[in-house]
Design a protein around this ligand. Structure first.
Ligand code: SF4
Length: 230
């Protein structure tokens, strides 16, 4: 595991569980609004995995879960082994993923290594923009959605609300692919620190405003979906 950072405690990122967050390095996407650009570099591990595991061993009586996020965790070759170690220590494991590696997601679920999955759905899965993924990954995203639709594990879809990727039409397409029992979270874009400030400076991209987000939330509610703004 190439680990870029460790947040020792969170009450917000793993519903119902006091957790630590492990931030891995490296990502196969380059979302203009990524607020962790330092984690996108591949190679190197500023934090030794052994040190992270030692910390988690010490905190076992206090913490209940570990969130693995990034970067993109499914790019880590030893992710399954890392999850297994956490499970053997008694932790519940939450994975945050961009959905670009459905094979890895399926493997982890089949091995019963995950307790919660948060899947980013950043645009209409049928037309995933190259500004985000650099390549046509629509089939991969759709496969990840299908895997979670059919999984008994706790899961959520997260929709980062950036124009032009998210609008009424693309959000409707997301709603149509999501199983009815999966909560959808509309996520505000934090413009203070983004991977590509120019993308937002020239008004090609922009964060959806609260009125637009509420409009999307109402649209989801009208379709019978549980949808919240974060
Ligand atoms: S937002 Fe997530 S998927 Fe996008 S570049 Fe950043 S880490 Fe990768």
């Amino acid at each position: 595991m190439r680990i870029g950072a460790l947040q020792q405690t969170t009450m917000l990122d793993f519903p119902g569980r006091l957790s630590a967050i492990v931030f891995v390095r490296g990502c196969n996407f380059a979302c203009p609004y990524c607020h962790n650009p330092d984690l996108l570099k591949h190679g190197g591990s500023p934090l030794a995995p052994d040190e992270v595991l030692k910390f988690l061993t010490r905190r076992k009586r206090v913490l209940e879960g570990v969130v693995i996020t990034g970067g993109e965790p499914t790019l880590q070759e030893d992710l399954a082994e890392f999850c297994r170690m956490l499970k053997d220590m008694g932790y519940a494991v939450k994975l945050d993923t961009n959905g670009g590696r459905p094979d890895i997601l399926e493997h982890l679920l089949r091995k019963d290594l995950l307790d919660y999955v948060a899947l980013d759905v950043k645009a209409d899965p049928r037309r995933y923009p190259r500004e985000i993924s650099g390549a046509d990954v629509g089939d991969a995203i759709s496969a990840s959605i299908d895997i979670l639709n059919g999984s008994p594990v706790r899961r959520e879809f997260r929709v980062p609300c950036a124009h032009p990727f998210i609008n009424g039409e693309s959000f409707q397409a997301i709603l149509e692919t999501a199983s009815g029992d999966i909560p959808v979270f509309l996520q505000k874009i934090r413009l203070e620190r983004v991977l590509d400030p120019d993308f937002f400076a020239d008004n090609k991209g922009r964060a959806l405003n609260p009125v637009e987000m509420e409009h999307l939330r109402s649209r989801a509610e009208a379709c019978g979906k549980m949808c919240l703004i974060r």
